[in-house]
Design a protein around this ligand. Structure first.
Ligand SMILES: Cc1cc2nc3c(=O)[nH]c(=O)nc-3n(C[C@H](O)[C@H](O)[C@H](O)COP(=O)(O)OP(=O)(O)OC[C@H]3O[C@@H](n4cnc5c(N)ncnc54)[C@H](O)[C@@H]3O)c2cc1C
Length: 278
């Protein structure tokens, strides 16, 4: 099938696994490089690709980074396809389609503060926002709040020092502490008081990704602290198949999330969160 621009969108492009990093017990980051021509179009933070484990199936995965034509995906093994992708060895080939969806909006005003709130694997799609905002040297504050179930579930821990050196305030919490843990314990919203000691709620832009309950509560808490619901952005996950707004699997209210999402403002998302997936 071809989209309106005449580009092949339903045929996976072969990408080879060139690096594989074990992040946690059930999360792996793969760096993928085009095995030949063509290569995918450049991606924007917040976009996803459909990743095909040949002979097993295809799932949507957010882009968590990448340099040049390389694409990084961070994937948690939850079922047959994500398990196959997680265990793909260096040298093996996966199929990629995309990038699809709208990305995280980057504030036009350079001085605006950004509050980024991640729960668990939700840090994967937010990582490119953090690195993009820090690379832009914008002048606004960048506050990154990270929550995980346990210390062993925290992602990208080796990157936090460089984010801090680049000027970000990085606050971390876990639901359950482990031996030796001296940092915060509690759900990620318990970090908000500390975050808003430095960030200006009235003008800040919010980026939230994690389990749906966490996004609902965090979005609400950010708005309660004075942020505009139009300025708080969340990433809504629903079952996706085609990625090109044809099959209708990801329809949620008026949105086809593969095309109109997965990123949406909290103003748009809040009423839609009440709709359960079939
Ligand atoms: C736009 C988008 C971006 C995504 N980005 C990432 C990413 O960067 N990294 C990552 O690890 N996962 C991401 N996901 C989720 C990922 O697509 C699913 O985990 C995957 O489709 C599961 O497929 P499976 O065949 O392995 O498991 P399945 O057999 O389909 O599911 C196994 C279990 O996981 C649950 N599950 C399946 N899909 C989801 C989901 N979307 N959200 C919550 N629970 C689910 C099922 O209910 C079931 O309990 C994203 C999803 C979307 C829609």
């Amino acid at each position: 099938m071809r989209d309106l621009a005449g580009t092949m969108t339903m045929v996976p492009t072969p990408y080879q696994v060139v690096a594989r990093r074990v992040e946690t017990d059930d999360v792996v980051t793969l760096t993928l490089r085009a095995a030949g021509r063509p290569v995918l179009e450049p991606w924007r933070p917040g976009q996803f690709t459909m990743v095909y484990a040949f002979g097993i199936g295809e799932v949507p995965l957010s882009v968590s980074g990448g340099d040049g034509d390389d694409i990084r995906h961070t994937v948690r093994a939850v079922g047959p396809v994500s398990r196959a992708i997680c265990s793909a060895p260096v040298g093996s080939v996966l199929g990629l389609r995309g990038p699809f969806g709208v990305g995280w909006p980057v504030p036009a005003d350079q001085g605006v503060d950004a509050v980024i709130v991640a729960g668990g694997i939700g840090l994967a799609p937010l990582r490119p926002v953090v690195t993009a905002l820090l690379a832009q040297h914008r002048g606004g504050r960048v506050v990154v709040l990270i929550g995980a179930r346990t210390p062993a579930d925290l992602l990208y821990t080796e990157e936090y020092p460089s984010w801090r050196r680049a000027g970000a305030q990085v606050l971390i919490t876990v639901d359950r502490a482990a031996a030796g843990w001296t940092d915060h314990v509690g759900v990620v919203t318990t970090l908000l008081d500390q975050a808003f000691r430095t960030a200006d709620a009235a003008s800040a832009v919010g980026y939230v990704c994690g389990p749906e309950l966490m996004m609902r509560l965090t979005g609400r808490a950010l708005v309660d602290r004075g942020m505009a619901a139009t300025q708080v952005h969340v990433s809504i996950e629903r079952d996706m198949r085609c990625g090109v707004a044809v099959c209708g699997h990801c329809q949620l209210g008026p949105l086809l999330l593969c095309r109109d999402g997965p990123v949406a403002s909290f103003e748009v998302a809040q009423p839609l969160f009440a709709i359960r997936e079939l």
